[in-house]
Design a protein around this ligand. Structure first.
Ligand code: ZN
Length: 487
């Protein structure tokens, strides 16, 4: 039995089989960096992270690409409001995105391509589509001719008449068909632009993902993930562009993550009912937020509430206590790493019972995750195991150290796939080091601030440069100066 994925394209649970045995190419639509991300956005990023971790746990080598949309109407508008350039705003928020997701324990993708660094690839793809008569130019903008792609609507299963009815009220009268969408937008005065064969302008959002996915993962990718709001029109349009250009399937498995809700409504910037991920992380640990975000299956809606986070908090306390009580047996049993057998010692009834539970945990955890990454069920399995271990630990009958060490090992492995027990050791070390260095770096920053106030730029620069030499980067913002490790 292997991994099964619910494919939004076929609307069926399918056996997962990548194009190349043992290797998975995966693309996930990343953020448009006009602001910090809220925890609703974090749900999609986290599900992508867990799918990747689980496929790796199952022995696949995964190449994950997640883009950054760093040019877009929202970025331009917000940058104008704030009086900064679009690229400055995108850089700051792109950086913030990495900080926030790293704090949540999300591992970086293998490639994080930026739209503005792939303009030539986008222009090439548009040229190909024009050559195939699938696009047309009007006054410096290029539109995709939806009618040229017979399978248009196959992902969203919308019929042409629904698509027409669903098209925006203010349809650009220059378009041949209201469903046509722009791949290249002619520059308006004051907007950032790039040169193209059709004049100065910038790419549309859909062409960005088609180009970057195909550049970094090839013409056909195994898994394409994104939030459910992207299914139409974004993903439908990605398919139309890529498949018409290459004549090959664009993505073999489409994965869509349901919304996070708050007070029964979708959490979103436009609804003004969101909580920034960084705010949540100031109050709760990454593990608590992860536990909450995966407590429902990714295709089911999930409601945000303080009660849910508090439930996750107390669940994790139970988990941590259990792992902590098992740890000493593990540390006292170094041979556990060499021997994978869970049945080598069998001394008491409690022993064999716990050994049986360890096997059950492994089997049920894998079954749940194999079944379209059912994290809710996987967590349930982990917690019933925790209850059993606690019972064994309380029992007056001896359970061998070897068995308890095994319980620790398997429990930790499953928790690490979900990222609900601990961050990587390295992150923990970094956090500890950061905490112990903090007063010292703060002192240096204070001296630097005094120097800056006296316009002693030499001292100020020296402090910054010397810190950089030991991998400490400082950032001056309106709220003051902060620091972090860079490698
Ligand atoms: Zn996308």
């Amino acid at each position: 039995m292997g991994v099964k994925i619910y494919n939004s394209l076929s609307r069926q649970l399918e056996e997962f089989s990548p194009q190349i045995e043992g290797q998975v190419s995966m693309y996930s639509c990343g953020p448009t960096v006009y602001d910090y991300i809220h925890i609703g956005n974090a749900r999609t990023a986290l599900v992508t992270d867990i799918i990747r971790r689980y496929l790796e746990y199952r022995g696949y080598a995964v190449k994950l690409v997640q883009n950054l949309t760093d040019i877009d109407d929202k970025i331009i508008t917000r940058a104008q409001t704030l009086g900064v350039s679009s690229s400055q705003l995108a850089d700051t928020n792109g950086q913030a995105y990495f900080e926030d997701t790293q704090r949540l324990g999300i591992q970086p993708a293998d490639v994080h391509p930026k739209a503005t660094e792939h303009i030539p690839e986008m222009i090439d793809l548009i040229k190909t589509l024009i050559a195939k008569n699938a696009a047309y130019v009007i006054e410096g903008s290029v539109y995709y001719r939806v009618n040229s792609f017979k399978e248009y609507g196959k992902l969203s299963r919308r019929k042409p008449e629904d698509l027409l009815a669903g098209a925006r009220v203010e349809v650009d009268p220059r378009k041949e068909d209201p469903r046509d969408f722009d791949m290249w937008k002619a520059a308006k005065p004051g907007e950032p632009f790039w040169d193209s064969p059709w004049g100065p302008g910038r790419p549309g959002w859909h062409i960005e993902c088609s180009s970057m996915a195909m550049k970094h993962l090839g013409e056909t990718i195994d898994i394409h993930a994104g939030g459910e709001d992207l299914l139409f029109p974004h993903h439908e349009n990605e398919i139309a562009q890529s498949e018409l250009a290459t004549g090959k399937p664009f993505a073999r498995y489409w994965v869509h993550v349901a919304f996070l809700k708050i007070d029964g409504k979708r959490m979103g910037k436009s609804e003004q009912n969101f909580i920034f991920l960084r705010e949540a992380l100031d109050k709760y640990s990454a593990e608590i937020i992860r536990h909450f975000l995966i407590s429902a299956h990714y295709r089911h809606p999930l409601d945000y509430s303080l009660e849910s986070l508090q439930k996750s908090e107390s669940a994790l306390k139970r988990l941590n206590n259990c792992v902590d009580s098992l740890q000493k047996y593990y540390e006292a049993t170094p041979e556990i790493e060499e021997n994978n057998s869970t049945a080598s010692v069998d001394t008491s009834h409690e022993d064999s019972e716990l050994l049986e539970m360890i096997k059950t945990l492994q089997i049920q955890f894998t079954d749940a995750m194999d079944n379209d990454f059912n994290t809710a069920k996987a967590i349930g399995t982990i917690f019933s195991f925790v209850s059993h271990v606690n019972k064994s630990l309380r029992s007056s009958n001896e359970v061998s150290s070897y068995t308890l060490a095994n319980a620790y090992k398997v429990l930790l492995e499953t928790c690490q796939v979900l990222g609900i027990y601990t961050m990587d050791e390295q992150d923990k070390d970094t956090e500890n080091t950061a905490a112990s260095l903090d007063p010292l770096v703060e002192l240096l920053l204070e001296i630097r601030q005094d120097a800056r106030e006296q316009k002693d730029w030499d001292t100020s620069d020296k402090i910054r440069d010397r810190l950089k030499e030991i991998d400490i980067e400082i950032q001056d913002t309106r709220e003051g100066t902060s620091w972090k490790f860079v490698s």
